[in-house]
Design a protein around this ligand. Structure first.
Ligand code: GLV
Ligand code: MN
Ligand code: MN
Ligand code: MN
Length: 399
């Protein structure tokens, strides 16, 4: 029987960013592949029946009578330089919960599954929750297979290199249709549970969120030979857009706008860039607010570009509506676990599944409140409490 922390300790060295700490685990890269193999081994050791769907999502089944299965799981990929818990804690807790149930001789009254979703962070191909979206039929497989990573490799090529057949990408007709309920456990990405004084909480909503690429184009030129008044430098509107994003977001209730990634081309210290791509992550509770925020910023981007003799082109790369978790599931979990409910600003595969099956989410307290950074943390005792809570939900739902 393994605790979540014992399982996390097993993979603590996989994909560490040298010299900085944190993890770089992008879907189908060497580190994430090693984690997948680790998961398959752990599932096999527990006698679970492992199947990978056409989208790289791994399902580990504990057989039980009938269909109407109960599934739980999360992801193993990370953002660049992410923490140890975002994703892996949900997977480790699922395995640990299975151990608890097996140890008490539990026999599920319906099938139980532990699932690892692919590319939850969209860290490699840019679209978050890509594996769950494809499986649920809410992402177009042809478009997805053509998505490229930083090096120009397409998802189809990455799948082939990982031994998967891209022809099989698309709606999952084998595993998902059997699922009657889904629950994901995740480290909290904020200090809500610290304030509540609770180790475990239940999700109420997920902020609607999306990603947009603002492409500014100007004239590449020489940094020394080009007078300041004779430039069409796309870095200028790009830089101004970054500060505008903060100013505009402040005008919408509880909205967030972030530029965490920017790419000047060709990217030389003594080169005025010919183009700059700026990626915007924008979120708000009301989808209309997110839309209005991005529209306002897009108009502003075009003005800023024009002032510098540049052009701006805005492309939506992904969007996820605000999720309101099934109120019956939410209230049941909160009552059974005697846990507070709280909203989150972070996206999750559970948000994708919530549109298809009754879904709930559990959070585990994070004393730093930090996530997507090496300081992300959860105490071992809280992780064990989370796995126990998850086991309780699985026991209750799969009797
Ligand atoms: C995933 O963690 C996201 O919300 O970006
Ligand atoms: Mn994340
Ligand atoms: Mn996550
Ligand atoms: Mn020169």
């Amino acid at each position: 029987m393994a605790t979540p922390n014992e399982l996390l300790a097993d993979i603590a060295d996989v994909g560490v960013v040298p010299g900085r700490g944190g993890y770089h685990r992008h879907v189908f890269d060497r580190a994430e592949t090693e984690l997948r193999e680790w998961f398959v081994g752990q599932a096999g050791a527990r006698g679970l029946d492992v199947r990978t769907d056409g989208n790289g999502n791994i399902w580990a089944w504990w057989p039980g009578p009938g269909d109407d299965a109960v599934a739980t799981g999360s992801h193993l990929d990370s953002v660049p330089g992410g923490g140890a818990y975002d994703g892996p804690l949900g997977v480790a807790s699922a395995l640990s919960a299975v151990d608890m149930l097996r140890a008490e001789g539990f026999r599920p009254g319906r099938p139980l599954a532990v699932v690892v979703f692919a590319e939850e962070e969209g860290g490699r191909f840019g679209v978050p929750c890509l594996g769950s979206r494809l499986a649920c039929g809410s992402a177009d497989p042809q478009r997805a297979l053509g998505l490229r990573d930083e090096t120009g490799t397409t998802l189809a090529e990455a799948m082939r290199a990982a031994g998967a057949d891209p022809e099989l990408a698309g709606p999952d007709r084998v595993n998902l249709p059997r699922v009657g309920r889904f629950v994901e456990l995740h480290v909290e990405q904020g200090r809500g549970l610290v304030e509540h004084g609770s180790a475990v909480g239940v999700a109420s909503t997920i902020l609607g969120h999306g990603r947009w690429r603002f492409g500014f184009t100007g004239q590449g030129n020489h940094a020394g030979a080009t007078p300041m008044d004779d430039r069409r430098d796309p870095m200028i509107p790009a830089a101004r857009l970054v500060t505008e994003a903060r100013a505009v977001a402040r005008r919408f209730p509880d909205a967030r706008a972030t530029v965490g990634r920017l790419r000047p081309v060709p990217g030389g210290t003594n080169v005025i860039a010919e183009s700059v791509d700026v990626w915007l992550d924008a979120r708000a509770h009301e989808d209309a607010d997110t839309r209005a925020l991005v529209e306002e910023l897009s108009a502003r981007a075009r003005e800023l570009a024009a002032e510098e003799g540049c052009t701006a082109r805005v492309t939506e790369e992904s969007y996820s509506d605000t999720v309101r978790f099934d109120p019956e599931v939410r209230d049941e979990l909160a009552t059974v676990l005697d846990a507070p409910t709280l909203p989150t600003g972070a996206g999750h595969d559970a948000g994708t599944l919530a549109a298809h099956v009754p879904t709930g989410m559990l959070f585990v307290r994070n004393p730093t409140g930090i996530s997507h950074a090496p300081q992300e943390y959860a105490e071992a005792a809280d992780c064990t409490a989370g796995a126990e809570a998850l086991a309780r939900v699985l026991r209750r739902w799969s009797r």
